[in-house]
Write a protein that binds this ligand. Structure first.
Ligand SMILES: CC(C)(COP(=O)(O)OP(=O)(O)OC[C@H]1O[C@@H](n2cnc3c(N)ncnc32)[C@H](O)[C@@H]1OP(=O)(O)O)[C@@H](O)C(=O)NCCC(=O)NCCS
Length: 330
């Protein structure tokens, strides 16, 4: 019988060899490996990220990443097992390997004191049907296309914007908590998770080809601490520049400072073609300086499965009930 093992050493190499082609994100094979191991070396990654493999006589059959998050569901503190990068080695497909892996992984996280998750969460890239058969239920979320409204005179607004850094994380966590409170489901984003999310995007930009990706992390300050921030991933492709609003936060409930930071970022280079900005904006968060020019169901389908009574939602969740930043999808 195949065993469920932590994917390290030669097992991890087998997985990275096989997944590089579809999830390499433009990195070469060595950088693809470094991208993962460097995430594991962050404080959050060390405690909360692992990779498990279904192994038969030294050969990986299927593998997945496991993330453990603290979250809130209907006012209850819960633990979430995030399942990502579900992958069956090509020669092993269609023989139930991924199903067995997911079922055994869920058994482990429901029973094991170290994880003890209330909910399993994933983002399906292959539509909802495969995971629905394993008991996961889709949560409709949408992705917005955003245009930043610029003043006709072109130029940065009078907002003091500086690069964000480590000393901001505690403040950002407090902003996140206040913003998330009214939502039925959200992650409890602490300092370490915010640092991890930003580090991960920085790693991707730094390990990839020069100029292809960048990460903008900017804050607006009042007194001596940040009162708003944005994290924007910039991806330059042959067909244009795409910005992803990975996350943002603002002490102002209307998000006016986030809007002003985005205006300042867009105005930095007036000659450059205006980027398409994509993001998962929480319901009701619509800074006046932005316009939603498109909205469509998110390509990665959020799906959840309760694993304990605390993980049972009080009625189905819809987009308005969930606050989840694009940068936290896995
Ligand atoms: C999706 C994947 C993990 C399934 O692995 P597997 O071990 O072959 O899966 P199982 O044997 O448990 O199940 C096979 C079923 O999955 C279905 N399936 C495979 N790929 C699928 C896809 N892209 N979309 C929908 N269903 C898919 C098969 O059609 C098959 O259906 P059947 O039982 O009706 O014949 C595997 O095809 C894979 O690694 N794909 C590339 C990576 C990927 O896309 N991962 C999912 C990320 S969310």
């Amino acid at each position: 019988m195949a065993e469920l093992a932590i994917a390290e050493g030669p097992l991890l190499e087998q997985i990275l060899d096989a997944t590089h082609e579809i999830w390499g994100e433009g990195l070469d094979r060595r950088a693809h490996a470094r991208y993962y191991t460097a995430q594991l070396a962050t404080p959050w990654g060390r405690a909360r990220l692992s990779r498990l493999a279904l192994v038969d006589r030294g050969d990986v059959r299927a593998s997945a990443k496991l993330y453990t998050f603290d979250a809130t569901l209907d006012g209850r503190a819960i633990r979430v097992a995030g399942i990502g990068a579900v992958f069956t080695q090509p020669a092993q497909r269609k023989r139930g390997a991924a199903k067995e892996l997911i079922e055994r992984l869920l058994e482990r996280v429901s029973a094991d004191g170290a994880y003890m998750a209330d909910v399993a969460l994933l983002f399906s890239e292959i539509g909802p049907d495969y995971y629905a058969r394993l008991g996961f239920v889709p949560v409709a979320t949408s992705e917005q296309q955003i245009r930043v409204i610029e003043s006709t005179r072109y130029g940065a607004p009078a907002t003091w914007v500086r690069g964000g850094d480590d000393r901001d994380f505690a403040v950002l966590a407090a902003l996140a908590q206040t913003r998330a409170e009214p939502f039925r489901f959200h992650l409890n984003r602490d300092r370490d998770l915010i640092q991890y999310a930003i580090a991960k995007k920085r790693l991707l930009a730094g390990l990839g080809p020069a100029g292809a990706r960048e990460l903008h992390f900017f804050a607006a300050e009042e007194g001596s601490s940040a009162v708003a921030y944005v994290v924007v991933g910039v991806n330059r492709t042959a067909s244009g520049v795409v910005w992803t609003l990975e996350e943002c936060g603002d002490r102002d409930p209307t998000g006016a400072r986030v809007g002003a930071i985005l205006q300042a970022l867009v105005a930095r280079d007036p000659a450059e073609r205006r980027p398409t900005i994509r993001g998962w904006l929480p319901s009701g968060f619509r800074p006046q300086q932005i316009e939603i020019v498109g909205e469509a169901p998110a390509h990665e389908i959020m799906m959840m499965k309760p694993l304990s009574p605390a993980g049972e939602a009080a009625g189905s969740l819809c987009a308005e009930d969930v606050m989840y930043w694009r940068g936290d999808a896995f």
